[in-house]
Design a protein around this ligand. Structure first.
Ligand SMILES: *Cc1c(COP(=O)(O)O)cnc(C)c1O
Length: 363
């Protein structure tokens, strides 16, 4: 988290029913629309991104309506779990973890199920893979289904033009590319999405997006907002606009390219076939326990890297380069992978990863 964001949040709390807060919230919405590249309304909710995902399922689908769920990792599974919780039947498009979904498989699932919505991740953080969301908009239109996208670790990392790609609902969370502490999410809805939420008969209360849309149009929220996080959000979005959206995407692309080159330089294999710019998932070499590697990196070298979740536990490590991250975060992460691998008895050539990354960063 940038110091500027921390300092903005440290200022005395603003009263959420005062004009000053309404102005801040409206400014956040305008900046989020520019970040999402949409003319549609965006609402901010006091919840982690899973709350935004739940709001999407609760508001956009109705009892008896079905969905197509792309399951290529932990977060894809979460869409399925949410459908189950709301009694929404779904056709799963199961993708081998680490792979990107084939748009033709989504089309086939829609044809078979006549589902009302497709639920997908733009960037599946758990595997480091990027799904081709840009190809799904026309497919969803042709089959009269809503395209609902979990944009956490995508929006703010690479271009996700909501209107240009035909996305009907786009969800983001605060603690990833938005450079904030956890606790906020934002949800944008197209006109087709807004029609669906009027139609839905699902019970809704805190996550009733009809109420939030009406209130937030005027800079109000239906319930008490997380004011300090909203103040931080404005500062973070201001920083993104100062750097320039295209420059932000270019920084992510450069850091991602350098990290991938570094991994290859160490003789390691990338896990994802179509890697996201948010983080790089790397296969742990045979004979090394990935969980031990993560623990050792933290305890011996004081650097936190992520391991794999669930069935990938111990098998991959993930190096983050999203949000408040730049060249030296990449070099630090690669250096610690080199050091920890060597400490755990895996033969590495010192500097091979860092050197390969430097070559990309200097280009
Ligand atoms: C982090 C993340 C989420 C949100 O998880 P929370 O625990 O609710 O913050 C959702 N989707 C993806 C792809 C993520 O990376």
């Amino acid at each position: 988290m940038p110091e500027r964001v921390a300092l903005a949040m440290a200022r005395p709390a603003v009263y959420h029913r005062a004009p000053e807060f309404a102005e801040i919230l409206l400014d956040c919405a305008a900046k989020l629309r520019r970040l999402f590249k949409t003319a549609e309304p965006v609402v901010v909710l006091a919840a982690s991104a899973t709350g935004g995902m739940e709001a999407a399922v609760a508001n956009l689908l109705g009892p008896g309506e079905s969905a197509v769920v792309v399951r290529g990792g932990k977060f894809g599974e979460r869409w399925g779990d949410l459908c189950t919780a709301y009694g929404v039947p779904f056709e799963a498009v199961d993708v081998e973890w680490g792979r990107a979904v084939d748009p033709a498989a989504v089309d086939a699932a829609l044809a078979k199920s006549r589902a009302k919505a497709v639920l997908v991740q733009a960037s599946e953080t758990s595997t480091g893979a990027k799904h081709p969301v840009e190809a799904l908009g026309p497919i969803c239109r042709a089959r009269d289904a809503l395209l609902v996208v979990d944009g956490v670790t995508a929006v703010g990392c690479f271009d996700v033009p909501m209107d240009g790609w035909g996305i009907d609902c786009l969800v983001v969370g605060s603690q990833k590319a938005l450079m904030l502490p956890p606790g906020l999410c934002a949800v944008a809805l197209s006109s087709r999405g807004r029609e669906a939420l009027e139609r839905s008969k699902h019970p809704r209360y805190y996550f009733d997006l009809r109420k939030e849309l009406k209130n937030q149009e005027k800079g109000q929220t239906a319930f008490t907002p997380a004011t300090s996080l909203v103040v931080g959000l404005r500062e973070a979005l201001t920083m993104i606009e100062e750097e320039g959206l295209e420059a932000v995407f270019a920084r992510h692309a450069r850091c991602a390219a350098a990290t991938r080159a570094g991994a290859r330089g160490l003789g390691l294999e990338l896990f994802a076939d179509r890697p996201t710019e948010a983080c790089t998932a790397i296969r742990v070499p045979a004979g090394v326990d990935g969980s031990a590697l993560v623990k050792h990196a933290r305890e011996r070298w004081g650097v936190t890297i992520a391991g794999g979740q669930d069935r990938l536990k111990g098998k991959i490590i993930r190096l983050a380069h999203l949000g408040w991250a730049a060249d030296f975060d990449v070099l630090t992460a690669l250096a610690v992978v080199e050091l920890a691998l060597a400490d755990l008895g895996h033969a590495v050539q010192p500097g091979a990863g860092v050197g390969a990354a430097e070559a990309v960063l200097r280009a």
